[in-house]
Structure formats: C-alpha cells, structure tokens
Design a protein around this ligand. Structure first.
Ligand code: URA
Length: 439
C-alpha cells in the first residue's frame, strides 16, 4: 500500500478503506510516513470529505493509537461534557458541579487554551494550590468520594491525534468536519465516560462559523459516540457573542462562582443548566425532571458546594471561592469606552478572545505560560444600546504596554448601527441519535 496512491485516491474523491486509514494513522504515529505526505492527504480530506464509515474508521484508529481510561472501577454512570471551544466559555466549571450535585459522576479530562479559545485547566489553575496533574488512583478516589474531578489529558491518550492536530494547525486543515469529529471523539471515547454531551459552537468565535456546518459536525460526533455504545447528544450553541461577560482565567472562575450562586449572566446560566440537564437525561433521567433537578442544585447552593469540594480535593484554596476578591487579579487595568452612541450590532468574537490572549490570559504556543489574573470583562454585549463615552469593557493585565493595543483591537472588533439586531437563539439545535431538533 503506497501512501502516494492513498493520497491520489482521496484527491479523486474516492472513499478510503479501513485498512488504508489504519495504515496511515499507525504509520504516521510511528514516524514512518513524512509530514508532507500526511499534509497532502489532510488537504485532500478537507476538499473531498469522508463518509460516515471513513470518519468512524479514522476515529477508531486514533483511539487505538494509545491508552483508553477504564472507569469501570468507579460505580455508577459517568458523564462527560465537551465544548468545541469558545470565548468566555466557562460552562464546565458550572455544569460538572451541578451534575455531580444531582448524583451523576463526572470524571473529566480537559484541555488548555490555545489561540483565541480558553481552556478549563487554565481556569481551574487560577485557584491557588489546585492541581490538575493528579495520579490515576487519586482521580478515581475523588470521583468516587466527591462525584467529580477534572484533570489534564494523560500522556498517552490518542497520541495519533496529538501529532495530526499539530500538523493540521500549521497546514490550514483544522476546519474539516471528519477531521474535527474524529479528533474530538477519539479523545472523548478514550476518556472512558458512558455518557457524552457535546457543546458544538457556531458563529464568529467557533471553528464552524455557519449553523449548517455546526449541525453537520454535531451529527458526525453523535454518530461516532453512539456507534461506540456511548449515549451521546450535542447542543449547537451560539458563539457569535462571547458567553457571559468575563474572558480570562480567574475572571471566568469568578463569573462561574457567581453563576453557581444564582447571580450569573442569563446566557451563561441558561446554557449551563441545559447542558447539565442533558447529561442527567442521557444518564437515564426524564428530561423534565433533569431540568428541575439542575435548577434546584443551582438554587439550593449544592452545585456551588460541589465546586468547593472539587477544588479542595485537588489541593485548591477554597477561600478564593467563598470570597472571589481573593482570586488572582492582574495589577494594571484599563477601560475601553464607546467612541460613539449607537447599538452594538456585532462583536467579532474571535477577536475578543485574541484581545484577552494579548493581555496575557492566553497562549500563542502550547508551552507559553498564562497570566491567571489577566483578561477582560464586557460591560455591554451585542444588541445593547451604548452612549458615547460609556465603558464597554474593563481590561486586566500584568503587562501595562498591552493596554493600548488591546483597547484598539477590541474597538476594532465591534460593529455599530442604529437599530438593535435580531440575535440568533443561544441554543440553536439539539442533535441526538433520533435526529436534529431545532430550537
Ligand atoms: N478540538 C480538538 O480536539 N480537535 C479539533 O480538531 C478541533 C478542536
């Protein structure tokens, strides 16, 4: 089997066999196929696509390139949630405690932020002392005793994806449905949970910028999960606006805490509740009862208490959750003021994420450190009328020289008009094995 022939076959739009896909994945992981040939194949996949069988086969090959977690030693149903990445998306910090408070265990492997998107691990690490690098035994113990734990991806989960993703990142081959679906699902399947709820973002801050593209991605991922015997559902949600108001690690922990105390922004609260309810539903509960249970866990404080238990079990100082003014906060601040009066008709969400990264909250390369206290808080969001001179956002940084370029870039990301725009729904669709339900 020659790699040249496999590339040509896909370039001509033909489906690859399972054997060919396995040979590419194992050969590339072992270092036997050079980057240039795999890059060419990835580009051909971007143009020609892959059918459902090929996508499942690619997922399978990446899943089996490394270790898979066996969570069977933890009694009960284990649920996981995954977001395809966004700006201000701190839902994991809210959803995992709510679900655990309702009696379903969450054993979660999360990632770090890269580029304009944030990552749950970076956010959690802004709680002083909290470690996401704990042993497998301790991880199991915390999930068993507290009902939830969140750790980083262990070394040998889907190593083929790690290599392929790094190559896709530099060859403009990230935004392809079969490549994204197989990349995410190989890791989710390897992480071992019985139930998976996906939050597939759509809009200017997402990988897939159109609703139809996002629904297609959601369908591909749900199909892979169900084929592997995991109950899987996806919500397709708006990322044309940042989620909530805070963007940046400790700032987002603060907003997550306020949300778990019932004082969070409406969009973040309603999406978190719906994601949590869907996890309970897939774990076996009626959807109406699931919604009622998660709402109660928010209102009675049991979700907040679970977040404190998680932080304490992983070595974190819970005083910063009781009093969020103790969270790290970068020393230099700036205010971005409206240059005119008018209605904010659109925010280029990816740019808002990039501004937060510029202030120090994100990283350009995997090995970069993040500044826990940096980021921004939006005082106004899309659809709101703002008067000239009013503060639109507050910026936080440890690098004072970034304040001026960050303000300028943020202003450049805003679009103005006279009339309020019609905003898309926060949750556009729910995709299950039964089909697509549009909201
Ligand atoms: N996240 C992943 O893990 N993989 C992708 O391909 C895109 C987002």
């Amino acid at each position: 089997m020659r790699m040249y022939d496999i590339i040509l076959k896909k370039r001509r739009g033909q489906a690859l066999s399972d054997e060919e896909i396995r040979a590419v994945v194992s050969g590339y992981t072992a270092g036997e196929i050079p980057d240039e040939q795999v890059s060419a194949l990835l580009m051909a996949v971007c143009f020609q696509g892959m059918d459902e069988r090929e996508t499942a086969s690619l997922t399978e090959a990446m899943l089996h390139s490394g270790d898979a977690a066996d969570l069977s030693a933890i009694p009960g149903v284990k649920a996981d949630k995954h977001s395809t990445g966004g700006v201000g998306d701190k839902t994991s910090l809210i959803v995992a405690p709510l679900v655990a408070a309702c009696g379903v265990k969450v054993a979660k492997m999360s990632g770090r932020g890269l580029g304009h998107t944030g990552g749950t691990l970076d956010k959690l690490e802004s709680i002083p002392g909290l470690s996401v690098n704990i042993s497998r035994e301790r991880f199991f113990e915390i999930v068993r005793d507290e009902g939830l734990a969140i750790i980083g991806q262990t070394g040998n989960i889907a190593p083929a994806d790690k290599k392929l993703y790094a190559l896709r990142d530099v060859t403009a081959t990230v935004d392809s449905v079969p490549l994204i679906a197989s990349s995410i699902m190989s890791k989710k399947l390897a992480a071992g949970s019985d139930v998976i709820v996906l939050d597939v973002k759509t809009g200017s801050g997402a990988f897939m910028q159109t609703l139809e593209g996002s629904i297609e991605l959601a369908k591909a991922m749900v199909s892979i999960g169900e084929r592997h015997g995991r109950r899987t559902a996806a919500l397709v949600t708006d990322m044309d606006r940042p989620l909530g108001c805070a963007v940046g690690n400790a700032l987002e922990v603060d907003e997550a805490v306020r949300t778990l105390r019932g004082e969070g922004p409406a969009d973040l609260t309603s999406l978190s509740l719906e994601l949590a309810a869907n996890m309970l539903h897939l774990a076996g509960m009626d959807i109406g009862e699931s919604r009622e249970r998660v709402r109660r866990a928010l209102e009675d404080g049991s979700g907040f208490w679970k977040l404190c238990r998680l932080a304490a079990a992983q070595g974190g100082d819970t005083r910063v959750l009781e009093d969020t003014s103790l969270l790290p906060r970068a020393p230099f601040t700036g205010e971005v003021r409206a240059p005119r009066s008018g209605c904010l008709t659109h925010m280029q969400t990816q740019e808002i994420g990039a501004v937060s990264a510029l202030l120090g909250a994100g990283r350009a390369r995997k090995e970069d450190a993040v500044d826990a206290g940096a980021g921004l808080v939006l005082r106004h969001k899309t659809g709101e009328y703002v008067r000239e001179g009013e503060v639109i956002a507050k910026l936080y940084t440890s690098r004072e020289e970034t304040l001026a370029p960050a303000s300028e870039r943020l202003l450049g990301a805003l679009e103005w008009g006279e009339a309020a725009p019609v905003l898309p729904p926060l949750i556009a669709a729910r995709v299950t094995r039964g089909g697509v339900e549009r909201y």
